[in-house]
Design a binder for this molecule. Structure first.
Ligand SMILES: NC(=O)c1ccc[n+]([C@@H]2O[C@H](COP(=O)([O-])OP(=O)(O)OC[C@H]3O[C@@H](n4cnc5c(N)ncnc54)[C@H](OP(=O)(O)O)[C@@H]3O)[C@@H](O)[C@H]2O)c1
Length: 280
């Protein structure tokens, strides 16, 4: 049995602390999700790690148990399967694992012309980046609200702020994540449950390879941030209850550009950054 506590209360109210709080992280097997899992464990959270790669999750779970003395539950599911969020929920209920912190981080992109793209990959992207995130949030936000405490962080992207030709579906999924998170944060204002949208810029992870974007500017020379610093900024912002976290000054300035350019021009500028040679 994983016993964990409920630490995150309304401002000004003394938190009821029982053992350790529990954090569920999707996409914990690599990149930003892995770094967030390490921080959460270091800060005394029991963990539920979700991704497809069971072996990798078990290895990470063993290291986190050894290094930080926390309890870790591994749930290996494919979040493009519409039944996966319910399976995660059932598995954690069986384990009596209370989710005080929900980090919806799993996600992927693909690069190329939409009309030539693999249909299944586009649909799976919507399923992982949008549907599973929404489903898990629906399942856990209600329980957090009943307890009057909780932290939710949804990983969007600087891609959320303008359309992205040649990564059209990916940019659109992140616009959804940002809009949904900000709206939910307002709905949950003063309830003790906070919602944070983390919007990283290009970050060195497995993301670029999976997206097939290493030869584009946005997937090559523009990729400068490291996953550990993005995770640190996200964790700090989430714990402060911030609604929006954009790590890095350059990224913050970049997300403002659609305010100064006509939207069509901003879209064309992004097309220059996403276009693969020979594709544009
Ligand atoms: N890297 C960037 O430049 C960047 C910038 C802005 C936003 N982001 C966002 O940051 C988040 C994390 O990405 P990352 O950069 O850390 O990339 P990453 O290293 O490729 O990590 C992606 C994580 O998502 C999991 N995942 C992917 N598809 C899944 C599926 N169908 N079911 C369950 N889990 C799945 C992966 O695990 P398995 O493969 O084991 O399933 C992995 O743990 C994503 O939402 C991404 O859109 C990344």
């Amino acid at each position: 049995m994983v016993r964990n506590g409920r630490q995150y209360g309304r401002k000004g109210k003394a938190p009821v602390t029982r053992s350790r709080p529990g954090a569920l992280v999707t996409g914990a097997s690599s990149g930003i999700g892995y770094e967030l899992s390490k921080i959460l464990a270091r800060e005394g959270h029991d963990l539920a790690l979700v991704a497809r790669s069971a072996d990798r999750l078990e290895t990470i779970a063993g290291a986190l148990r050894d290094d930080f003395g926390v309890q870790v539950v591994v749930v290996s599911v494919d979040l493009s399967d519409p039944g996966a969020p319910d399976r995660v929920f059932d598995r954690l209920r069986e384990a009596e694992f209370t989710v005080d912190v929900l980090v919806n981080n799993a996600g992927f992109g693909t690069m190329g012309r939409f009309v030539r793209s693999d249909t299944g990959a586009q649909v799976d992207m919507v399923e992982v980046n949008i549907t599973a995130l929404t489903h898990l949030t629906r399942l856990y936000a209600e329980r957090m609200l009943e307890r009057g405490q909780g932290r939710i962080m949804n990983v969007a992207s600087t891609a959320a702020f303008q359309p992205g030709p040649f990564m059209a579906v990916y940019f659109a999924t992140k616009a959804y994540v940002l809009s949904f998170s900000e709206a939910l944060a307002e709905e949950l204002r003063d309830t003790g449950v906070t919602v944070t949208a983390l919007c990283p810029g290009p970050t060195v992870t497995g993301f670029q390879k999976r997206a097939g974007m290493e030869h584009s500017p946005i997937g090559g020379r523009m990729v400068t941030a490291d996953a550990a610093s993005v995770a640190r900024a996200g964790y700090a912002g989430m714990m402060k209850g911030k609604r929006l976290v954009i790590p890095g000054l350059f990224n913050r300035l970049g997300t403002m550009s659609p305010r100064f350019f006509p939207r069509a021009l901003a879209t064309r500028i992004v097309a220059r950054m996403t276009a693969v040679r020979g594709e544009a």
